[in-house]
Design a protein around this ligand. Structure first.
Ligand code: FE
Length: 197
């Protein structure tokens, strides 16, 4: 088999189609769904709702699956999710040390770095160092909690709501939530046009 992963996947797909094990249209539809229709915008809507509605936030932290399903998200690779909340004293970081488990329904497909051996091992051994490489320099008094995803449990970080967004609508809030902040390799972005605190 070729060494390039893309070619290897293509070869594998051809083989499966040839053997009648999968239908190419089904594979294409699945890839299109997770590349274009399911992605971090879903997670951003969940985060924005939690920022805007304290009751929803409470439900999300207590039973993420049910609260996420309220917004219509769920399914493959996200059957059991746990939401962990960042605070001024706690920063959460998500990794899958074993492979690349990731909450597809709310974040889409994992980025390449998330699947890399370097991230998978170093996120656990040296989370602060990894965060610094992502441009996040955490003060010493902020505790870092690392969550190891598995096929059974996948984590989503609820970032802190940025200051000076009190008057914002849920839609405006959703627009500033980034994928990286929901994996924990970024903090909440400062609102556009605002000074940093
Ligand atoms: Fe995994």
């Amino acid at each position: 088999m070729p060494s390039d992963p893309t070619l290897r996947v293509k070869a594998l797909e051809s083989l499966l189609v040839e053997k009648g094990l999968v239908d190419r249209a089904t594979v294409d539809a699945l890839i299109d769904t997770y590349e274009h229709r399911v992605g971090p915008r879903n997670g951003a809507r969940v985060v924005a709702r939690a920022w805007a509605d304290p009751e929803y936030r409470r439900r999300l932290l207590a039973d993420a699956d049910r609260a996420i399903a309220e917004l219509g998200y769920g399914g493959m690779q996200g059957e059991h999710m746990v939401v962990v909340e960042n605070t001024p004293r706690v920063h959460n970081l998500v990794v899958c040390t074993l492979c690349s488990c990731y909450p597809w329904p709310v974040l889409g497909l994992p980025p390449v770095w998330y699947k890399s051996a370097a991230y998978r091992s170093r996120a656990v051994i040296d989370p602060r160092g990894v965060l610094r490489e992502f441009g996040v320099d955490l003060p010493d008094d902020v505790e870092v909690r690392v969550w190891d995803s598995t096929a059974e449990v996948r984590y989503l970080v609820l970032p802190e709501r940025p200051a000076r967004t009190e008057e914002w609508t849920e839609q405006q809030l959703a627009a500033i939530v980034t994928r990286d902040s929901m994996v924990g390799v970024a903090r909440s972005p400062a609102p556009a046009g605002g000074r940093s605190a």
